[in-house]
Design a protein around this ligand. Sequence first.
Ligand code: XMP
Length: 507
Amino acid sequence: MQQKIIILDFGSQTTQLIGRRVRELDTFCEILPYNKFPKDDPSVIGVILSGSPFSVYDTEAFKIDLSEIRGKYPVLGICYGAQFMSYTLGGNVEPAGTREYGRANLASFDKENPLFRGFEENSQVWMSHGDTITKLPANFKVIASTDKVENAAYQAEGEQLWGVQFHPEVFHSVQGTLLLENFVVGICGSRQDWSAASFVDSTVAQLKEQLGNDRVILGLSGGVDSSVAAVLLNKAIGSNLTCIFVDHGMLRKNEFRNVLHDYECLGLNVIGVDASEKFFKDLEGVTDPEQKRKIIGRDFVEVFDAEARKITDARWLAQGTIYPDRIESLNITGKTIKSHHNVGGLPEEMNLRLCEPLQWLFKDEVRRVGRQMGMPEHLITRHPFPGPGLAVRILGDITPEKVRVLQDADDIFIQGLRDWGLYDQVWQAGVILLPVKSVGVMGDERTYERAVALRAVTSTDAMTADWAHLPYDFMAKVSNDIINKVKGVNRVCYDISSKPPSTIEWE
Ligand code: XMP
């Protein structure tokens, strides 16, 4: 049975990071809302309580019944999690004289305690709290202190229950991963058998059992997630999987052909649908960004649906949904900020059940799984690309001619990044076609042509991004190539805005 650690989310911004760290220890974990502990799940080997934006004494603070987990599993409380257990079991938590944010050092700690096995003296930890545990419950003992915080870590005597005031999951807690390893492996007894290989084996077996001889449809986008999902399903059910790849006419240069070829080489059963004419016709003269997106979304569903209905005995719709798409993060009102994204409006009467084999994976794990299955590296490391494609990079109305200009400029930029070894250093890159013309001179001729902007950003999750500091020599070469080779463009700019306040795409 697959062992798992449960992380109860009390709303901290670092809860997902705890999950990442546990997975890095080759241990499966699930992040669940604080009040959704799965009773009677025999695969649970330990529980971690996250931090929270609340103070334990706030009336609206998130509370749980500790008897569900105490004495039944090893428990580790982090920050609010530690304060909550201490407070609820008879201790005292008060606002700290000075809020403590940033680096601190464990001036003293209990070397014999299994949580600190292998720890070095004065280890740096990361603090981020406004409250402090001023008194521990009677049977709790202090196992670590900093200069400012006496009860920086504790254990309930004779119990498998620990709390730490600092954040072991963040990078700046130098031995944080060791602390989590001591808990997850040393204390909870993880076998550390969660790996890309074990994931592929167990998921293929599960999919075989779940899908039997049913037919499955999957929408391919050319991106990493849907491609990995397709290869995984292909391994499980082979020709019972039909993939549909729609060309809306605003993909990158030659992308439809190249990606279709890649998919065929992977042995996938793919139907490529060139619907570009329909999209261009429906988009004619439309300039409003939201309107453009709506038309593309609607047309996509129509085209996909028409194709999918031809497979009359299909029972399932597979999607490449990944874990960050699903995690229900809590905001301070307790409402979910992000809920499970759904099938994007496919007609209900199709009556298809949903199959999401990557729903527990983080992005880098999806890539590891893809590599494990031997997928080509260029498919696995592809930059993210928006669903509506180049449509969100053409400001103003969309015409096939503008798309061609943009495709050519984009191709020079992206190929240049690859040639200069810069492609993997940026999160995402592309070119934007601006709705302005400016004067230039080519040979003896005056020109009056379009301007384009290059956009390249560094990021880890697209929520925030910085403009990539690309070498001047590279930008000079790309600019030169675009102006010389792409007819219709005589000026190239570089977008040096970060997100926020700007966004990655211009529309
Ligand atoms: P922004 O522009 O909001 O983009 O900073 C963040 C990330 O999302 C991508 N993006 C989209 N992806 N459909 C998609 O599938 C869309 O409509 C869409 N709009 C933006 C964008 O490329 C970036 O990776």
